[in-house]
Design a protein around this ligand. Sequence first.
Ligand code: ADP
Ligand code: CP
Length: 312
Amino acid sequence: MTKRIVIALGGNALGNTPEEQLKLVKDTAKPIVDLLKEGYEIMIGHGNGPQVGMINLAMEYASQGEVNTPYMPFPECGAMSQGYIGYHLQQAIGNELKNQKIDKSCATVVTQVIVDENDKAFSNPTKPIGSFYSKEESEKIAKEKGYTFVEDSGRGYRRVVASPQPVEIVESDIIKSIVNNGNIVITVGGGGIPVIKTKDGLKGVPAVIDKDSSSAKLALELEADMLVVLTAVEKVAINFNTPDQIDLSSLTLDEVNKYIAEDQFAKGSMLPKVESCKRFVENSKKDSIAIITSLEKAAEAIKGETGTVIRK
Ligand SMILES: Nc1ncnc2c1ncn2[C@@H]1O[C@H](COP(=O)(O)OP(=O)(O)O)[C@@H](O)[C@H]1O
Ligand SMILES: NC(=O)OP(=O)(O)O
């Protein structure tokens, strides 16, 4: 039977500028199309932290100065980031499908994800977005704009916004029909545009959902066999970045719980990935697995030759 995979693409698959992104997505397209060729059904989720931060900053700047464009709300900036990233990815994957003479298509679905308006994440912003700043720069911007900044994994200071849990993927039926036809779908970009239910219908809210969390949700809703989280490291480690670092080839759910309790996975980087994989494996009705590895090693990891596999 055809196996269904959800791939969650990390920041290093996209870069930080349009030029960088256009170049990187070409490298991303090849292993994805290779997997389709091997008979897998493929859904792609991706991050948007740097991109939504950039769009939001640019739109805010333009709405304040002499240019005076209309104010662009944050959920609309999220939608723009999905379109911008989806456009580059679907173009690169479309070109690769043509190069490999595969008669299938790739499309992006602008995706809304329902969140709970009472999610406590709204009063505790944790999701880093946009550029990295020095401590002094971040303090200046925080004072001017009232933003919250945190130090992000030793890489500098970044603005943080609320990151509620995904509750339901609004467009899951259309996503299913695309993938059922053997085509590649790019969806839940940037975790999806967070929306809440109101008496007048859905309404966007200013937040950024974690893309690994939404990719896990997608994998559960579409009964995927595998969730593949692609990031900058080949394997998850314990004692990460210390002389005692041990790279892990496999993790059971019990081991995941033990290492989470020991604080082995950094908050805001590896922890949400491991937690998303755990949620998928724990709740999947099948014997599904999750893999965390790098884009370069994705094909090998799916064959079981590298990466960190998380299973029941
Ligand atoms: N225990 C760990 N094992 C491996 N990597 C870790 C660990 N803790 C933190 N990391 C870091 O987390 C990074 C992945 O998080 P991040 O950069 O936020 O992901 P993304 O690829 O989605 O942008 C890795 O590249 C690595 O530097
Ligand atoms: N939305 C999201 O999770 O983006 P990043 O992966 O860029 O943080």
